[in-house]
Design a protein. Structure first.
Length: 193
């Protein structure tokens, strides 16, 4: 929901509750609190919208067969819109800006719903510092991680992304995920034994 609409709805709810008085005699937290603790249980539109945004991010960060189609489209759009500082990042390697160390900057002034939604997605990720975390990721999840510009790799390794060996791996062997690199390494180990 656009901020302007959010503010308008919040204002109308307040006007309705307080019969259009200038000042509210009770603070907002109490009005939004559950009835059991003395509140009025009025819907907090802003908190509700932030929760919806976080659920969208959660859906965006699913991988493999669980990944929704819109997230794949979003990744393609985000990979297309990068700042000038990221021109050196190989376009073939731009898979997901959350899992990788390259930055994105979706169009801020585009008049499309998709551009607005992507802006909201990126803003939510930055605001709440959302990142990939877990106690133990499955081997399959680890294998689906992009290998180039890996978010958790040492920044010095980023320089290796443009080496001759890296170019061979990308072009000839089509290596873009940790799992693909692992399979290639296993094949090399079998040949040497």
């Amino acid at each position: 929901m656009p901020k302007s609409i959010e503010k308008l709805v919040t204002k109308r709810v307040q006007n309705f509750i307080w019969a259009e008085k200038e000042k509210n005699p009770v603070n907002k937290e109490l009005v939004y609190s559950p009835i059991e603790i003395g509140g009025w249980k009025v819907l907090n539109i802003e908190a509700r919208n932030r929760a919806i945004d976080i659920i969208w991010v959660k859906s965006y960060l699913k991988f493999g067969n669980d990944c929704p189609l819109w997230a794949k489209v979003a990744d393609a759009i985000l990979a297309h819109y990068t700042p000038k500082s990221e021109d050196g990042v190989d376009k073939r390697c731009r898979i997901n800006p959350i899992l990788q160390s390259w930055k994105t900057s979706p169009p801020k002034h585009a008049k499309t719903a998709a551009a607005n939604d992507l802006q909201c997605l990126i803003k939510t990720i930055k605001t709440f510092n959302i990142r990939q975390e877990g106690l133990a990721f499955s081997r399959e999840q680890q294998r689906q991680m992009p290998i180039w510009y890996h978010k958790h790799a040492d920044p010095a390794i980023r320089k290796l992304n443009r080496s001759t060996a890296s170019e061979c791996l990308k072009t000839k062997h089509k290596i873009f995920t940790v799992g693909q690199a692992e399979r290639l390494a296993e094949g090399l180990n079998e040949e040497t034994q």
